[in-house]
Design a protein around this ligand. Structure first.
Ligand SMILES: O=C(O)C1=C[C@@H](OP(=O)(O)O)[C@@H](O)[C@H](O)C1
Ligand SMILES: C=C(OP(=O)(O)O)C(=O)O
Length: 423
């Protein structure tokens, strides 16, 4: 995929639906009674993996012009799959569905692509086993393929060592099949889409600081869901608008849930001209984002902010390379266990562009403002790496050649079309 420099980005864009929320809408819709309608669903490969898994467990899911219809069968309505559930490239599918499968009265096997087979699953195997689940990594390496034999589960309180919404959600979903109140405490608050949406479907979930608790055996009722625009996808256009001279971009209806919107805070700290318009605070909060060209300066990204922007760090690292001064990213060791090792891959690729960057154990140090040029970039088939360097390619001199650039289909199938949609 070859990317060339652009100037003067002007226009309006509606980014695709939020990936985290789209996954959850299908999963919870499948476990609810009645037909759930999901509009602005993300038709990316990861969310299609979630659909395919639930279809294999007897759930009818229909794509219509108005959105996705999920004909749910209730908490105990799934049927035993006759083949392996293919989770594709999706960590969210793997970890959330495992929580559901642990409490079923059937066995199932989960497997996915080469990347998913390297993602750590002990982080869910440990708490699920404490709940009485029978879940094993078939190769004994703590990764997929996973074999799950459904069991009666016990309620637990789990002190999670990582701030991970996938771990938290896995335990809360298993907790629906438990024998009492299940709760999870995490070191920092991670995205709370599961808590918000399960409550909307009728579950009783309470949240206090970094602890979320769920009552077992909720009766989930079908709902209508409009998925907000994905702030993780908006991130690429926020960066493009800020860094491309003479730009003004309006991004419509983007999710700004505070547990997800850390990029907005960091952009402001970097000196971004970014205005929120038309804010709505009903369920998942949304706003239109108005972005104008800005001169950016370095900042520090750390601590409780990290889970609120974890998937945006590749894009923020590129922004930091274009900004004046030094940016320090720390407490972000989770980047090493995403679709690629996002610390190593960002450092390698930014160096190829001429950036002054060093990797650390838990982040990166970037001395911005060096002249950057196009390069051959290895995406490692990681969608966030491909999109971050595509944006970099629209700003720097020379041609950017992104190897494996088609992997954007994981979370943003029309990404390149949208990137070239501004005149
Ligand atoms: O719950 C979710 O939908 C997600 C949680 C995050 O992962 P972790 O839970 O591993 O931090 C994030 O990186 C991922 O893209 C989606
Ligand atoms: C890490 C990501 O997704 P997942 O964990 O669902 O594969 C991501 O989309 O950046």
């Amino acid at each position: 995929m070859e990317i060339k420099k652009q100037t003067g980005l002007r226009g309006t864009l509606t980014v695709p639906g939020d990936k985290s929320i789209s996954h959850r809408a299908v999963m919870f819709g499948a476990l609810a009674k009645g037909t759930t309608k999901i509009s602005h669903f993300l038709e990316g490969a990861d969310c299609l993996s979630t659909i395919s898994c639930f279809r294999k467990m007897g759930i009818e899911i229909e794509h219509t012009k108005e959105g996705i219809l999920v004909r749910g069968k209730g908490l105990h309505g799934l049927i035993s799959p006759t083949e392996t559930l293919d989770v594709g490239n999706s960590g969210t599918t793997t970890r959330l569905i495992s929580g559901i499968l642990a409490g079923q009265d059937f066995s199932s096997r989960l497997d996915g692509d080469d990347s998913i087979r390297t993602r750590p699953m002990n982080r869910i195997i440990t708490p699920l086993t404490l709940m009485g689940a029978d879940i094993t990594s078939q190769k004994g390496n703590g990764c997929a393929p996973l074999m799950i034999h459904g069991k009666n589960l016990h309620a637990i309180h789990y002190d999670s060592p990582v701030a991970s919404a996938q771990v938290k959600s896995c335990v809360l979903l298993a907790g629906m099949y438990g024998d009492g109140i299940t709760s999870v405490t995490e070191p920092f608050l991670s995205r709370n889409h599961t808590e918000i949406m399960l409550n909307y479907f009728g579950a009783e979930i309470t949240s206090e600081n970094t602890t979320a608790s769920i009552k077992p055996e909720p009766v989930l009722e079908a709902r209508e869901i409009t998925v907000p625009g994905d702030i993780s996808s908006a991130a690429y256009f926020i960066a493009a608008g800020l860094l491309t001279p003479d730009s003004e971009i309006l991004l419509k209806n983007v999710g700004i849930n505070p547990t997800r919107a850390g990029i907005l805070k960091i952009c402001r700290a970097m000196g971004a001209d970014l205005t929120l318009l038309n804010e709505k605070h009903d369920g998942e909060p949304t706003a239109d984002l108005l972005i104008r060209t800005s001169s950016l300066k370095g900042t520090v990204i750390e601590g409780a902010d990290i889970p609120t922007l974890i998937d945006e760090i590749p894009m923020l690292a590129v922004m930091a390379a274009f900004a004046e001064g030094t940016t320090v990213i720390r407490d972000a060791q989770e980047l090493k266990v995403k679709e690629s090792d996002r610390i190593a891959v960002m450092v390698d690729n930014l160096k190829r562009m001429g950036a002054d960057i060093e990797g650390t154990d838990d982040g990166m140090i970037i001395h911005g403002g060096k002249p950057l040029h196009g390069a051959v970039i290895d995406s490692h088939l990681d969608h966030r790496i491909a999109m971050s360097f595509a944006v970099a390619g629209t700003i720097c001199e020379g041609t950017m050649d992104i190897r494996g650039g088609e992997c954007v289909n994981i979370s943003y199938p029309d990404f390149y079309k949208d990137l070239y949609s501004f005149v």
